[in-house]
Design a protein. Structure first.
Length: 190
């Protein structure tokens, strides 16, 4: 046993856990968004998570997050609307088929933490801050650790060049500028 580790154990000091790498479980992860329609109702959609990785440190909150989402597979439960969202007026998925998020700073505790990072979509990279919390942790029959999280943020789509702003005859925006993002994420140890 190394002398420093032995001394810490003898002194009764906590020894920090080593960082561990996890993969985002795409089958059990949802990235959804909500936007106001005609200033009277809310429409939701989802963007599939293509890949992602998370590093957990000794504090049981992530220390690094990197996620790729598939903009070309956006789904709002309306084929016509989804087709429009994939065109150049919106996400322009021929040029920009994916969105990415890479964390820069993560602070707090498992019950309430903030994730600030760079969100890239529609070819534009801007900072965004998500509020998050751990939902639970368990070990499966294959001795892999799973951790669940929820996170959310609100952003103005115009900051990423999504400027489409047609209005109804009464003057209401057909699609609001403010977007609420909700994430339910499950990660699994590698």
């Amino acid at each position: 046993m190394r002398p420093l580790l032995a001394a810490a154990l003898v002194a009764g000091l906590a020894v920090p856990a080593l960082a561990a790498d996890y993969a985002v479980d795409s089958n059990h992860t949802q990235a959804t968004f909500t936007v106001t329609h005609l200033a009277i109702s809310r429409v939701t959609g989802k963007v599939p998570v293509a890949a992602g990785s998370v590093t957990l440190g000794s504090t049981d909150i992530p220390t690094a997050i990197s996620v790729t989402l598939s903009a070309k597979d956006i789904d709002t439960q309306s084929a016509d609307r989804d087709k429009d969202l994939r065109l150049a007026d919106w996400f322009d998925v021929e040029k920009f088929p994916t969105m990415t998020f890479v964390s820069k700073t993560i602070t707090g505790s498992p019950q309430a933490f903030s994730i600030t990072g760079d969100l890239t979509m529609h070819g534009v990279t801007k900072p965004v801050t998500l509020t998050a919390k751990e939902l639970g942790k368990m070990t499966d029959a294959r001795n892999r650790t799973h951790v669940g999280y929820s996170a959310s943020a609100t952003l103005d789509r115009r900051d990423w060049g999504l400027n489409w702003g047609k209005t109804s005859p009464a003057g209401a925006l057909i699609a609001g500028y403010e977007i609420t993002i909700d994430l339910n994420v499950e990660i699994v140890s590698k």
